[in-house]
Design a protein around this ligand. Structure first.
Ligand SMILES: Cc1ncc(COP(=O)(O)O)c(C=O)c1O
Length: 389
């Protein structure tokens, strides 16, 4: 089929639900990085070895009798351990049988939550810059994404959030700690949100907390600890992020029973049960792993990365959590951020992600995102190149 015919077919015959979605910038940047042999600090995944203890558990388990379907909501021992961890970390008692759902990564959790509750024409507030899976999930559900910009320092702007609420608002998505900016929400932010949402009891919250164990300046404040909001909140988390196994694609949702009951119906026909091997391995690994080590390890990497480029011409933005560092390159170039990111790969051998791609309107403030979930050697080699620019 010729290109024009294909476009016509997609728009008018198939009626694509996602006509504007093209190849993601992550693939574009990674491919360009590969072609030019650049150091890849673009995509958000670790390049250091997995924990030896997890590998040993996996080696043993692969030959044991664990390869058939688990119960639909998840392996009971894993659900139990998530409940224990949620109690230990946040003081929230969740019901193992009715309030936790194991998902194929947080991405599926987000998609399931949105597609369970968002109906045709419902509006969903998304705070820009935002992670790229929220909008397509809303569009597939027939909803309308309403993008609300964060402040210039990437903190939430509550006047904008309040003005964006309408009678059609069904949900607000809050990602904290925040990808791509590395900012985290404060106590005052939660209080401001509580004040607004008190007036709108119909609005659900989707709390994307996949980086909950990666915060530096202050501990993460989870929706699990907000009694005023928790009854209408679905929390998404990711073992991929917390345990450095992004490719395993195992995450989970926590939500009160009345919401979870509905989500399980959708999950049942989208996935049924998540792969058994990873659930068994993670369940055993949770007996030995210490989540408090995760922030320490990444704080060391953040500090290393920041120290290594502090004398460069890149300006470091605050990074309170996640494994992303945003930098401004105003002193180097006035090219737009997509072109500059490409130039950085082709001419200087380092791949990043331009922040404009996380905005609906491609707001370009000359910012790039670097992922520092990398070996020290990778960070040293990348910053040597960045320092020469
Ligand atoms: C904010 C955010 N939410 C969700 C996800 C997806 O997590 P998972 O790999 O568990 O699907 C990511 C992954 O990059 C993310 O950054």
């Amino acid at each position: 089929m010729k290109k024009l015919e294909r476009v016509y077919f997609l728009y008018f015959c198939v009626m694509s639900k996602l006509p504007n979605i093209t190849t993601s910038i992550f693939s574009v940047m990674s491919q360009l990085a590969n072609e030019h042999g650049a150091i890849n600090l673009s995509q958000g995944f670790p390049n250091f070895p997995e924990d030896e203890r997890l590998l040993q558990i996996s080696e043993r388990l692969i030959r044991s009798n664990i390869h058939q379907y688990t119960p639909m909501a998840g392996l009971p021992s894993l659900l139990e351990k998530i409940a224990n961890q949620t109690l230990k970390q946040y003081g929230r008692k969740v019901n193992t049988a009715s309030e936790i759902l194991i998902t194929a990564g947080a991405t599926q959790g987000v998609f399931t939550a949105i597609n369970t509750f968002v109906n045709q024409g419902d509006e969903v507030l998304i705070l820009d810059p935002s992670y790229d899976s929220y909008e397509p999930s809303v569009l597939v559900a027939g909803g309308k994404p309403v993008r609300v910009s964060l402040n210039d320092d990437y903190t939430p702007n509550f006047n904008r959030i309040e003005s964006a609420i309408s009678t059609k608002t069904k949900m607000i998505v809050i990602n904290n700690p925040h990808n791509p900016t590395g900012r985290i929400w404060t106590e005052q932010d939660f209080e401001a949100l509580e004040t607004i949402l008190e007036k709108h009891p119909q609005i659900l919250i989707l709390g994307d907390e996949v980086y909950e164990y990666i915060t530096f300046s202050q501990p993460h404040i989870s929706f699990n600890t907000r009694p005023k909001l928790v009854e209408r909140t679905i929390i998404a988390s990711s073992f991929g992020k917390s345990l450095h196994v992004t490719g395993w694609k195992v995450g989970y949702l926590i939500a009160p029973e009345h919401l979870m009951f509905e989500m399980k119906k959708v999950h049942q026909f989208l996935v049924f049960s998540v792969n058994s091997f990873s659930q068994h391995a993670i369940s055993e690994y949770l007996d030995v792993v210490d989540f408090s080590e995760v922030s320490k390890m990444y704080q060391r990497k953040r500090d290393l990365f920041q120290n290594l480029i502090k004398n460069s011409r890149f300006e470091l933005m605050p990074c309170d959590g996640t494994y992303f560092q945003v930098v401004n390159y105003n002193q180097i170039s006035n090219k737009n951020d997509v072109d500059f990111a490409k130039e950085l790969i082709v001419n200087h051998g380092v791949a990043s992600i331009p922040i404009s791609v996380f905005y609906n309107d491609a707001t370009d403030r000359h910012m790039l995102r670097f992922c520092f979930a990398k070996t020290d050697e990778t960070l040293i080699a990348a910053t040597e190149k960045l320092n020469q620019i």
